[in-house]
Design a binder for this molecule. Structure first.
Ligand code: EPZ
Length: 419
């Protein structure tokens, strides 16, 4: 709901065990991919977040049967009756661009509005459109409406991405998995969520090799059949809870995640002075020592440091001894959380892509508004480590990607509630 708030009394070290949610950035493309399948698809470990609910609304709008019970989403696309995603649905969720590849791959046509920018700045889709054209789709893009059609079907081809775009890589996989012939994606995104999507599609009968590397080879098949699949754990949610443990000098266990999934950011927490032990099913964090600043944190495509972890780690570093430097290379305006952190007493200087965080002794609880999904989460992290009360409004941004965040933090002893 739009007028809900999160209220935090800071200063309590977080302690205990939590079970991590399913990965938002894997479940969203997998839900879209269910459009390509005959019969029933059962998606387990699906996070109960508003982006999942928005995905269900899109699938229902397209005529699919969609049922979410607990963390299990069951989809049947056999009665799919439409190929157009309304403006209102497109604007609800920035990542709905993924339905371009899913609809072209399943019905050979799609109509959608230009997914508006979001809090992170303009979100161009030039690479998506260019890739669909290379696969043989005709794309008409005017007055904010995008109409794609492939009357003669999609044909596999070689696509070299100028930038390893996650969404573009996923859209190509969805459009090409049932195209005629072979598609090769060079300079493909290598995020673990790409591998999860490929594993889902292969379990449905697809033939995709090389996911997780820069070269993905897709051998088109005629049909895909719905299957039961468990979504991978959310490594960015894990980075968020580790940041909260660090900001409160606490000690937590994150269950249900292979520590290797966190290897693109674990070293940053170790440089901060956290003891981190990774196992194949959990991550142990002990942040009881005072935090110290880290050198440069430069966001890069995987396996580099993930842009989605930048804001929450920045919040943890606000009280670390010394200065840390962030360089944000992926999105144009991903420092929206800085104003709120400065209002809480942080010392952060932003110039273009660079943000310099100089540790201060303490942060002070304040009234702040969430600016975007990860920025909002960073305010929770900062509030947990601040003295006094923090009140965060516009928490619908946070609910887009975090399942039950206040209950999870309460279970670790944090004083947090939703009002
Ligand atoms: C995915 O976004 C994630 N979203 C983002 O997570 C994540 O930050 C991003 O990948 C990078 O890892 C989902 O998976 C739903 P990109 P996506 O295409 O696919 C530019 C979160 O907080 N670009 O790799 O949009 C684009 O503007 C969200 O969970 C073009 O210029 O990321 C951006 O600057 C935020 N033209 C850069 O590439 C295009 O056609 C990275 O975009 C496409 C992208």
């Amino acid at each position: 709901m739009q007028n809900q708030k999160i209220v935090i009394e800071g200063g309590v070290p977080l302690r205990g065990d939590i079970k991590i949610q399913g990965a938002k950035n894997s479940s969203l493309p997998i839900i879209a991919a269910s459009l390509l399948c005959e019969g029933e698809t059962v998606i387990k470990n699906c996070p109960r977040i508003s982006d999942t609910y928005a995905s269900c609304r899109i699938l229902s709008h397209l005529g699919c049967r969609c049922n979410l019970s607990g963390n299990v989403l069951t989809v049947s696309a056999d009665k799919k009756s439409s190929c157009s995603v309304s403006d209102e649905l497109m604007s609800e969720m920035r990542s709905s661009i993924i339905y371009m590849g899913a609809l072209l791959g399943s019905s050979g046509e799609c109509c959608m509005t230009f997914p508006g920018g979001c809090e992170l700045g303009p979100r161009p889709i030039d690479m998506h459109i260019d890739a669909m054209k290379k696969l043989g789709a005709r794309v008409k893009d005017e007055y904010g409406i995008i109409e794609c059609s492939a009357p003669h079907g999609l044909k596999g081809t070689k696509i070299i991405l100028s930038y390893p775009s996650v969404g573009t890589t996923e859209n190509i996989m969805l459009a090409a998995v049932k195209a005629e012939g072979e598609t090769v994606i060079s300079n493909a995104a290598m995020e673990p969520e790409i591998t999860d999507l490929a594993e889902f599609l292969n379990k449905c009968g697809g033939r995709i090799k090389g996911a997780g590397t820069g070269k993905i080879v897709i051998d088109g098949v005629k049909k895909l059949y719905g299957c039961t699949y468990t979504v991978m754990p959310d490594r960015i949610a894990a980075a968020t809870y580790i940041s909260a443990a660090a900001a409160t000098n606490g000690e937590i266990n994150i269950l249900g995640i292979d520590g290797l999934l966190c290897d693109s950011f674990i070293s940053v927490f170790e440089q901060m002075g956290c003891y981190i032990y990774i196992y194949d099913d959990r991550v142990y964090v002990n942040a009881e020592r005072p935090l110290r600043s880290v050198g440069k944190i430069i966001t890069m495509p995987h396996p580099g440091f993930p842009t989605d972890a930048q804001a929450v780690i920045m919040a943890a570093l606000c009280k670390a001894r010394g200065s840390s430097i962030f360089v944000e290379n992926i999105f144009e305006s991903r420092y929206k959380q800085v104003d709120a952190l400065v209002k809480m007493g942080a010392n952060i200087k932003v110039s273009g892509k660079t943000a310099v965080v100089t540790g201060v002794k303490r942060l002070y609880g304040s009234k702040v508004s969430a600016t975007d999904l990860r920025g909002g989460a960073s305010m929770i992290v900062a509030g947990l480590g601040a003295d006094g009360k923090t009140e965060i409004s516009d928490i619908y941004h946070i609910d887009r990607g975090y399942e039950n965040i206040e209950n999870i933090i309460s279970s670790l002893g944090g004083k947090i509630k939703r009002i």
